[in-house]
Ligand binder design. Structure first.
Ligand code: SAH
Length: 258
């Protein structure tokens, strides 16, 4: 708590990364905050086993997609966090992966700062790192890739995004939110000069018991996603490193973490 003017205490907003799934991939700081919080505002990617770590009397507020398929609009989430903090309550804002990787953590931090509310960022293992570890796909490799890029592959604005040079020989491209747009993604990359036989992998539900790792050539990505009925959350990884992964390590990681 912090006193911003006499007699008025504000809470702190903790923007906390919940990692890719399993609770033991949380940072110790994240675990401590989750276990002690009286208010947790979380999104849909946070694994139920992590929410189960909360105090029994904690208030858990989901801002995830509901049956109506709508998430709470971002400005309403910002307003909720700020409102609670101004009322003197500490808020744990729990997000899948890392709050600053496609997590809108930046917007929430700015909203907090604009309202004069203290904000703390607790990093998490982003899906790319979790998927890499669980699938045995090293994102960098001295022989195959010394550049890694993370991009958002969702529909909105996809055609306007300039990905030129992000994928290809010596590079790894990790695409978040690209399941629905897989055909446009493959087309976009090949139009940019990528070889149709460039190896790719799709990692679905990384670091969860139901994880799947699918591999193939770039040109086959749309069919792979369709034939295997790939569902979100999944990452698409493009580059020669995906042809190296040793699937045999995945069960070891899962055994160790579940
Ligand atoms: N802040 C999150 C990303 C949020 S965007 C992070 O750092 O990981 C949501 C996207 O993340 C999903 O559409 C999917 O592409 C990816 N993602 C999140 N969790 C995942 C998981 N367990 N396995 C594979 N992809 C995941």
């Amino acid at each position: 708590m912090r006193r911003i003017w006499p007699g008025m205490e504000t809470g702190t907003i903790h923007l906390v990364g919940a990692g890719p799934g399993s609770p033991d991939l949380l940072t110790l700081r994240a675990a401590r905050l989750i276990e002690t919080a009286s208010l947790i505002v979380h999104d849909g990617l946070v694994d139920p086993s992590i929410l189960a770590m909360a105090r029994s009397d904690a208030r858990l507020v989901s801002v995830a997609k509901q049956r109506s398929k709508h998430t709470l609009p971002q400005d309403e989430i910002n307003a909720l966090l700020v409102h609670e903090a101004l009322a003197g309550r500490d808020v744990v804002r729990l997000k899948g992966g890392d709050p600053f990787v496609f997590g809108r953590g930046g917007e929430e931090m700015e909203a907090a700062q604009a309202a004069g509310v203290r904000v703390e960022i607790v990093p998490g293992i982003s899906a790319a790192n979790g998927a890499a570890a669980a699938s045995g796909i090293a994102l960098t490799h001295r022989e195959d890739a010394s550049i890694v890029s993370f991009v958002a592959g969702q529909c909105k604005g996809l055609s306007d995004q300039d990905w030129s040079g992000l994928a290809g020989v010596g590079r790894t491209l990790v695409i978040y939110m690209g399941v629905k747009t897989a055909p446009q993604i493959a087309e976009k990359l090949m139009a940019d000069g990528l070889a149709p036989d460039m190896p790719i992998a799709v990692v679905e539900n990384a670091c969860r018991p139901e994880m799947r790792v699918l591999r193939g050539p770039l040109a086959g990505l749309p069919d792979l996603v369709m034939a295997e009925a790939v569902q979100s959350p999944a990452l698409i990884i493009i580059g020669h490193v995906t042809a190296r992964g040793d699937a045999a390590i995945a069960p070891l990681l899962l055994e160790a973490t579940l």
